[in-house]
Write a protein that binds this ligand. Structure first.
Ligand code: MN
Length: 368
């Protein structure tokens, strides 16, 4: 093989692209580590290493915020950041096995093994974005309606500040209060792209609003119409008929896994974007981790075989993000059922791949 041919490979392009990314903020982080964490022992040759771990390294050390970004204790200052990571540890809406209240912690913990740089896209999140981890919403575990009020108000605070909300659940009941927190601030319709095996649009489940019901209530919000709700990956034996009936009545857009198989990820992304953005001003991404095949995501409440592979899911969210998003949620990671943090790791990948795609396509306004 000639070197010209090899240079056409994506791998070689990425290798060259890395040389164009600045290291400014990485260098600043090292300077801050040395200032706050003191100089290393004299025997350490690499003088960028500090005495107390204060930055990315070692990956097994330190306090696990999301990607080890700063924890913002004073949430009044969230508007100074481009992106706000917000945990929503609510699993009161779960109808089978619970545990998603530990989802935000698990995703933060496994995020310690990532750098802020993505090889394929040539994006270093640390260099491109100011990200803060603003901790978790104070949910009220004994009362889902009070939790919805807390979550909607918290999301409203973050969204109206101008920071891009990354909302980490928690179960899928969160879809409703999350959209309720955002929609009033959007001057026009909000489209929703919902990746899931489950349709999640019945009015109530066992007499209450649960994780099977978010889109019924979200699409009651005047500027979040069902015509802009696109549900991708739906199928299998866990789709309640009560929800299918509502989907039919409200005319939501339902795309099954067999449609995905037939048309391919690129075409599905194109269709989902077209439907979600039709006469809309903003699009919200709701990613249920159980949209992946059960074999990849043991740590979830309702695993179902036959869903996306990780490669398909990551490709799809990258393509969806290229037109821009107003916010995203990743839900249904249940760490007590997880194996080797696999489920939490895929959830993390979804988040960082969306952020990198938004940066790559210049869809996230940077505040400097
Ligand atoms: Mn689901």
């Amino acid at each position: 093989m000639s070197s010209e041919m090899l240079n056409e490979f994506d791998g070689m392009k990425s290798v060259h692209l890395e040389g164009e990314i600045p290291t400014t903020r990485g260098d600043e982080e090292i300077a801050r580590s040395l200032e706050y964490g003191l100089e290393a022992a004299p025997s350490i040759k690499d003088r960028t290493i500090s005495l107390f771990s204060r930055g990315e390294l070692p990956h097994f050390a330190g306090i696990n915020t999301f990607l080890k970004v700063p924890f913002l204790e004073d949430v009044r200052k969230v508007g100074e950041y481009d992106v706000a990571i917000l945990g929503e540890p609510l699993d009161t809406g779960t109808t089978y096995r619970a545990g998603t209240r530990f989802g935000p912690q698990a995703i933060r913990r496994i995020s310690a093994l990532y750098t802020s740089y993505n090889f394929e896209m040539g994006v270093d999140l640390r260099e491109s974005l100011k990200i803060a981890d603003i901790g978790d919403v104070f949910v009220i575990p004994a009362n889902i309606e009070k939790s919805f009020d807390q979550i909607a108000l918290a999301v409203s605070h973050v969204f109206s500040s101008g920071a891009f909300p990354v909302l980490i659940g928690g179960d899928h009941s969160l879809g409703y209060p999350n959209v309720r927190g955002i929609a009033p601030h959007v001057d026009g319709n909000v489209g929703i792209i919902h990746l899931d095996r489950h349709i999640d649009i019945q009015e109530t489940d066992m007499d209450e609003r649960m994780h099977t019901t978010p889109w019924f209530h979200a699409t009651n919000i005047p500027n979040a119409p069902p015509s802009n709700l696109v549900q991708v990956g739906i199928g299998g034996w866990q789709v309640p008929r009560a929800g299918v009936k509502v989907g039919r009545e409200r005319k939501t857009n339902v795309i099954s896994m067999s449609d995905v198989e037939r048309l391919g990820i690129e075409k599905i992304a194109e269709i989902a974007l077209e439907l979600a953005w039709k006469n809309a001003k903003a699009v919200y991404l709701s990613f249920d981790i159980d949209s992946l095949d059960a074999g990849f995501v043991p740590g979830t409440g309702w695993p179902e075989p036959g869903g996306f592979t990780p490669r398909e899911a990551l490709k799809l969210v990258q393509l969806i993000a290229k037109e821009g998003l107003c916010a995203m949620e990743v839900v249904e990671v249940s760490p007590p059922y997880d194996v080797s943090d696999t489920t939490a790791l895929i959830a993390l990948r979804v988040i960082v791949d969306v952020l990198a795609s938004l940066v790559y396509h210049d869809k996230l306004p940077r505040k400097g």
